[in-house]
Design a protein around this ligand. Structure first.
Ligand SMILES: *Cc1c(COP(=O)(O)O)cnc(C)c1O
Length: 365
């Protein structure tokens, strides 16, 4: 039996990086700094520069970022917010937490919200839309922004999976009013715990975001609004500063491994491969294939020591707390056919070839 290939193994950080992370921890422990500090400012400046974002605030996690975005844009009771039927649950969860109603929209076969359905889901109560750049692939933002402008509604981009994706040289998250990032450990840029960020292009909005993250204060003890505590942890900011210099190299590795998958698997007519992974509008976060015998293929890979994940086994409007009596045929089909293959910078070229060989040996009925 050959060694197992896990879907993602974060203990595979290179030795030099592990050493740098330990040093960062020792350093902060010695200084006794565990909240705020220059580590957070450095991170915000680093991220701002990489994303070319006019304003950026780091925060506690991606879900809080989305909820804060809705709150500072004044979305609440009586309002409707358009969200894709297929996403991580946070996208719809935050809408309900704010007192508004998620209106689900079906997706295209790539899992991204189907823009041709926008007019069908729009009502006079629609106040915002949350496009999700699922699997790391960007929604086509120009038509979406034109439509949103024509309806005068706010756009919040869920960029949790798409850090590093750019459309016409503009980062995902900087098309809409607010962009929300997550640095959850499994994302392309992942902390060693929970973290997130919000970007915006408007100073007034950016100030509100900053205040909302920190109890409604921009200056200590000057509470100008009702806020909350969604501050980023100093340790996580420090770890992200240590991880950031590796990001571009890791992106190259992801793209190269994704290209190997595409080359090796293109001859299989029973397997649908993801489109656009090699483009700049995709950050190669997940390599998600589609197959009618998904569960059998997943088991077969498991038997051969290869870990895979399903993103996601259910659409949100079919989950009990979000139940809607309506069909979303395309995204529902996706939930029964998608399978994410291992794709991360800690995977070797040889491992990808072995995964492909196992997939090619699968007997499709
Ligand atoms: C990860 C993720 C989130 C939530 O981010 P957290 O940092 O885990 O709170 C939101 N939306 C999508 C699409 C995600 O993948």
């Amino acid at each position: 039996m050959q060694a197992k290939i896990p879907f993602l193994d974060l203990s595979r950080f290179p030795d030099t990086l592990q050493k740098e992370l330990k040093e960062k921890f020792s350093n902060l422990l010695e200084k006794g700094i565990f909240s705020g500090s220059e580590e957070v400012e450095i991170l915000e400046n680093n991220l701002k520069k990489y994303l070319r974002a006019p304003y950026l605030s780091a925060c506690s996690n991606g879900t809080d970022a989305l909820e804060i975005a809705l709150r500072v844009l004044g979305i609440g009771q009586g309002d409707e917010v358009i969200v894709p039927a297929l996403s991580w649950v946070s996208t719809a969860e935050v809408v309900i937490l704010c007192g508004a109603k998620p209106i689900f929209i079906d997706t295209n076969s790539d899992g991204l919200m189907d823009l041709s359905l926008l007019d069908q889901v729009y009502t006079v109560k629609t106040k915002a839309i949350i496009p999700v750049h699922l699997y790391g692939k960007m929604v086509d933002m120009h038509p979406l922004m034109n439509w949103a402008k024509s309806k005068n509604i706010k756009v919040i981009e869920d960029v949790a999976q798409a850090f590093g994706a750019f459309q016409n040289n503009i980062s995902a998250g900087l098309f809409g009013d607010i962009g929300c990032f997550s640095f959850y450990p499994t994302k392309n840029l992942g902390a060693l715990g929970e973290a997130g960020a919000l970007v915006s292009k408007d100073k007034g909005l950016a100030d509100k975001i900053k205040a909302m993250i920190n109890h409604g204060q921009l200056k200590r003890d000057d509470h100008v609004m009702v806020g909350r505590n969604s501050r980023i942890d100093t340790l996580q900011a420090g770890f992200l500063n240590t991880l950031l210099p590796y990001f571009e190299l890791w992106q190259k590795q992801r793209k190269s491994l994704a290209n190997s998958y595409l080359k090796e698997l293109k001859s299989l007519d029973w397997l649908t491969l993801p489109e656009g992974v090699e483009n700049s509008t995709h950050n190669a976060h997940l390599f998600t294939v589609q197959c009618k015998e998904r569960d059998q293929l997943k088991n077969y890979l498991e038997e051969n020591g290869i870990g895979t994940t399903i993103h996601y086994p259910s659409i949100i409007p079919k989950m009990k707390p979000y139940l809607v009596d309506q069909n979303f045929p395309v995204s529902e089909k996706i939930t029964s056919e998608v399978l994410s293959l291992p794709l991360n910078p800690f995977l070797s070229q040889e491992e990808v070839y072995r995964i492909c060989a196992v997939i090619k040996s699968y007997k499709f009925k």
